[in-house]
Structures are given as C-alpha cells and as structure tokens.
Design a protein around this ligand. Structure first.
Ligand SMILES: [Zn+2]
Ligand SMILES: [Zn+2]
Length: 341
C-alpha cells in the first residue's frame, strides 16, 4: 500500500510499504475515507519540533474510515462500519483508561499514529491502518453525517469538547476566551464553546481567515494584539506562542481556569505572582480524545456543531505531499481516499 512519509522539513513523499494485518484478536483494519492534519503536523513539516529531525516516518494521526476486517475479539464493529479513529493507542481497560485518560494508557504510554514515539503504528495518510483494541479506540459515525468533515474527530475536534465542557460545569452564563494560532484547534473550541457550552465566546487571533471562520461559528472576534478582557471563566490557549499564552493566563476571573493545548517545546516563563493573586488553575497536556468523541459525534448528528466551517479545503489523496508542503496548506486541509473498488 501507499503511505505518506515525512522525510525532512518541507519534504513529504509517498512510499510503498507492507500493508498492516490483524495481529491481535481485538484489532480492526480501517481504510481511511478522509484524513487530515493535526495542527502539530504543520509544525513538524515546518521543522519546528523535535520530531522534525527523526524522518523518515509515516505521517498523520487524524482520520475517519471504513472497517475492512476485524479480529475475533472485536465485537462492537463489523466490516463496512464507518468510524472515527482516536489518535492514541490505548488499551481501554487499564487504570488510566478506565478513568478517561487513554492518552496516559499504562500499557502504551505515548504510543500514537503518525509520530515516531513508542512503537510503529503507521500514519493515517495510509491506505490501511491497524487499530488495536478497536472496540475502545474506534467510534461509530452516526447515520446521515458527512464523514469528510469529521476527519478530525479523533484529535483536534475532540479537543474542542475537552477544553471547555468539563471546565464550565456548574457555571451559569459562562464566558469563554479562545486564543487561536495553531490552526484548527481554536476554531473547533469556538464551535463547542458557542453551540454546546452556550457560552459568550470571544475568539482572539490575528489571522483574518481564521477570524472570519470564528465569526461564522458565532464567536465574537477580536485582535489578539489588542486589549484582552479579564473576566472569562475559562480561557483556552491554542496559540503555541509564549506571549499569547501569557495573555490567556491573566484573562480569567479569580479562580478561573486556563487550558493550554498548543505544545511548547521549550520552557516558558510564567507570571506566577499574577497567577497566585488570581488563583488560576492551569492545565497543560495532551488531549484524551476517545471519551470526547462520543458527545462530539452526537452534536454533529443533531446539527449543533459545524465542523464543515472549519475545513479549509477538500483535496484528492494524491495531493497530500504537494498541499502539505505548500505555505498555503490552510488551517484544516482534508484529503479524501476513494473506497476500494
Ligand atoms: Zn494531534
Ligand atoms: Zn490503557
């Protein structure tokens, strides 16, 4: 089969590799229908992460696809099911998985698709992927939804739910600030904040394309370089920029919460005295994806969420290397693979 390899900064190529096979009873094989970039992938391609020095490796960890084979221990899915795939490899039954922390799975730690960490799991820009513990790591797409715009449900889109909904519990009339910048994450957060959290939502950014999307999603849009309000119950930092993180940290009400999902690969100085005086709870860590995929899919099916507005372009599978190595790749390019003849 063909798979997209990250070779070096700004160099991607298709390689012919052996297709994966069922090796454990709980496995399923999934052929992607649509795959997309995590915001992190753009930084990897641009040479801005430690991963960027480890090519070649198969790229991609966001996709939806069709189940084409299941092992005897996979009982929740059958051939032909259209599913979302979580970015992480998680057993679903260990102490961490059981309490909703699959990205901290005791069995598999940091294992995931599309990055060279903890094992070889392939990338989602491949014609076939092996999903271990498929009953846990897959989520069935509801009938009637367009799978293409759900390519991100197993990662960036799920972050929209994780960074907002648990944090506003018990707060009447919540106010949420979103600090955009990495690409799609801030927009998915804005979608959930406006339509599921029903929060008064302010989206801060300086990119006119993303700002226009956030406005369509119903957020109030403001310049991230201008004055920032300081009365939000929750702020989500998806900027990947230390200066903007600082703004996010002091934008919340006393005892407010700041969730950061842009990855900082270097140490960042924090205004600890200001945080102390304000009583800020700061969470910085990867998304857990799988638990959030279920409510996300329900809210797409009932028309509450609008991931199609976040998609920046839909392209043919063959265009993956060309589009992703262009400086105009867009914040959420989605690539479609025709079903096998
Ligand atoms: Zn990711
Ligand atoms: Zn586990």
């Amino acid at each position: 089969m063909r798979t997209v390899m990250f070779v070096a900064p700004w160099q991607l190529r298709f390689d012919e590799v052996d297709a994966p096979a069922i090796t454990e009873p709980g496995d399923a094989l999934v052929r992607p229908l649509a795959a997309t970039t995590c915001d992190l992938d753009h930084h990897v391609i641009a040479g801005k992460t430690p991963f960027s020095g480890f090519g070649p490796f198969p790229l991609g960890h966001e996709c939806v696809g069709t189940v084409v084979e299941v092992g005897p221990g996979c009982t929740q899915f059958t051939v032909g099911d259209v599913v979302g795939v979580a970015w992480h490899i998680a057993c679903g039954t260990c102490a961490q998985c059981r309490i909703g922390h699959p990205a901290r799975c005791v069995e598999h730690g940091d294992a995931q698709y599309g990055l060279p960490v903890n094992g070889q799991w392939g990338g989602t820009f491949s014609e076939l992927i092996r999903v271990p513990y498929a009953d846990y790591n897959l989520a069935l797409l509801p009938a009637g939804v367009d799978p293409v715009h759900l390519a991100s449900v197993g990662d960036n889109f799920a972050l929209g739910w994780e960074t907002t909904m648990p944090s506003i519990e018990g707060i009447p009339d919540p106010r949420i600030a979103v600090f955009g910048g990495t690409g799609s994450i801030g927009l998915y957060v804005a979608d959930v904040a406006v339509h599921c959290a029903k929060a008064q939502t302010v989206y801060y950014d300086d990119d006119p394309v993303r700002m226009a999307v956030a406005e369509k999603l119903g957020a109030e849009v403001r310049d991230i370089n201008g004055r920032i309000a300081n009365d939000f119950h929750v702020a989500v930092d998806a900027s990947c920029d230390p200066e903007k993180l600082r703004k996010a940290l002091v934008s919340v009400v006393p005892e407010g919460r700041v969730n950061s999902v842009g990855i900082y690969f270097q140490d960042v100085e924090l205004p600890l005295l200001a945080l102390y005086q304000r009583g800020v709870t700061f969470h910085n860590g990867k998304g857990m994806a799988r638990p959030a995929m279920t409510p996300i899919l329900e809210h797409v099916a009932n028309g509450t969420l609008h991931p199609e507005l976040v998609t920046s372009g839909v392209y043919d599978w063959d265009q993956i290397p060309e589009v992703l190595t262009s400086p105009h790749a867009g914040h959420k390019p989605i690539f479609t693979l025709p079903p096998q003849a």
